[in-house]
Design a protein around this ligand. Structure first.
Ligand SMILES: [Zn+2]
Length: 481
């Protein structure tokens, strides 16, 4: 399978390129969506193609082509070379730094027990429809929806340094929604199954049914929820809610290409400039945020990245201090690192690799602490569960996040449901207000399958996670109800 890719790199080298790599990808996807008592759609796609990247006299060229025919590969190399030669007329003033990496010959296979692509459609549809039936059993629920999404990416990668790498990664994700309708209002409650690099065994029918029943009841409860109070309160976030906050306020903020001004299209640059490394207090001593592209079942765990660098584990924030960034080979030198962190990925064979958020999670607390104990210390506060609307500024600094369900905490207990609550803060204020997170028994992972970045936009996947976590003195305001 490597032969044509090897030839592509040889052609580029013979043309004077200092580096070249070539990828061939086979991408299979299936998405099923349900609506009330029926399957709304079933989309299946098979997509194959190559991408060739060359570095010529300090300028990049990239080209791609569908399929894996010799003529297509030759054409992509020729076009990539033309683009690089043209770009070399106006090279970047600071050149292209390119971190050294050993040549690797390796394979990575994500493990799964039940191949979702091999199962009959009926078995997959039945899982969604069983959940919908349960949701619709609640008279307040007027619409029940769900989806299952499966993705398999087989990748063959060769570079001019001698690396030959193959990965075969299957991932599965799912979501359910219940929409309850009242006299003058409607409310939605959702449940997201943790997205993972696993097969259909990741989904448990009994869990789908139980979660369907719960979100239906909570959608109904939201209809009569009180408007959230405004002011300053202690808050607790569940792992899914905090995963989005980690993603937006830490993950994107510490992408080194964004820090260096290479990414401004999607919510701007970053306040986490290079001078802050090893100095800046990002959060309290409770806050250790670990990047880990070796995390088992993590959506960003592919064995190696699209620069040919193996997955790694490293701290982004350790005991509250900024300790790292996500990098690719082109960016490591900006923070005087000899080696890339291996977090440069392309979302498709026709896309160039860019620095992406790794699997990134808040480490659980070291002392035994249950959610009840965490909440028990709060006189008047709010408990945020799940993801809802959010907004963050162009420096990844000032933000607000809602929750899919929010409860009031009174005298150490979760009480009535609230609606329209948003927590507002700035990234360092928020993370410095963290005073406790539950221990590893309560830690959960949550996958993000729709992270947009780049121009044209690329959509990447990664896994976040946290245990329920407490933040003191956070401003609460009201959004739409
Ligand atoms: Zn994102």
């Amino acid at each position: 399978m490597y032969e044509l890719l090897r030839q592509a790199c040889d052609t580029a080298r013979a043309a004077g390129c200092s580096f070249a790599d070539a990828r061939y990808l086979e991408i299979d996807e299936q998405t099923l969506a349900s609506r009330d008592h029926a399957l709304a759609h079933n989309n299946e796609s098979r997509d194959r193609g190559i991408g060739v990247r060359v570095l010529y006299r300090g300028a990049w060229g990239f080209a791609s082509a569908p399929g894996y025919e010799p003529a297509a590969v030759d054409g992509a190399v020729a076009l990539a070379l033309d683009i690089a030669r043209a770009s070399a007329y106006a090279p970047r003033a600071d050149g292209v730094g390119w971190a050294d990496e050993a040549p690797w010959q390796a394979e990575f296979h994500s493990d799964y027990a039940r191949d979702p692509f091999a199962l009959p459609l009926a078995e997959k549809a039945d899982l969604l429809l069983a959940a919908n039936e349960v949701m619709l059993h609640n008279p307040a629920v007027k619409r029940a929806q769900g989806y299952l999404a499966f993705r398999r990416v087989r990748r063959w990668y060769v570079n001019s340094e001698g690396s030959e790498l193959h990965s075969d990664v299957t991932s599965s994700s799912a979501m359910l929604w219940a929409v309850a309708v009242g006299d003058s209002d409607f409310q939605q409650r959702s449940w997201q199954a943790p997205s993972v690099t696993r097969g259909f065994e990741a989904f448990d029918r009994a869990q789908f049914v139980a979660e369907a029943e719960r979100i239906a009841a909570e959608a109904e409860e939201k209809l009569t929820a009180a408007l959230a109070p405004e002011g300053t309160f202690d808050i607790v976030t569940d792992s899914e809610n905090l995963s989005l906050t980690i993603h937006e306020s830490v993950g994107h903020a510490t992408e080194l290409d964004r820090v260096m001004g290479y990414e401004v299209s999607m919510a701007g640059g970053s306040f986490v400039d290079r001078d802050k490394l090893d100095r800046f207090r990002y959060g309290s001593e409770q806050v250790t945020l670990m990047a880990d592209n070796t995390l088992r079942h993590g959506l960003a765990t592919h064995g190696f990245d699209d620069d040919g660098v193996p997955g790694q584990r490293w701290p982004i924030v350790e005991d509250g201090i900024l300790r790292g960034y996500s990098t690719g080979r082109e960016f490591a030198h900006y923070i005087d690192q000899q080696r890339s962190r291996g977090s440069c990925r392309a979302d498709h064979w026709s896309s160039i690799p860019i620095v992406r958020i790794p699997n990134l999670f808040l480490m659980p607390g070291k002392q035994p602490l249950s959610p009840d104990e965490l909440i028990g210390d709060i006189e008047h506060g709010l408990y945020f569960e799940g993801m809802d609307s959010f907004s963050i500024d162009q420096w990844r600094l000032n933000f607000q996040f809602g929750g899919n369900a929010v409860w009031e905490i009174r005298n150490g207990r979760k009480t009535r449901m609230l609606k329209a609550a948003l927590y507002q803060s700035s990234t360092p204020d928020f993370w410095n207000a963290c005073d406790a997170t539950c221990d590893e028994r309560f830690w959960r992972a949550h996958g993000v399958t729709n992270c947009g970045k780049g121009d044209p936009m690329q959509v990447a996947q990664m896994t976040h996670g946290a245990a329920p976590t407490r933040f003191r003195g956070i401003r609460i305001c009201r959004g739409r109800d």
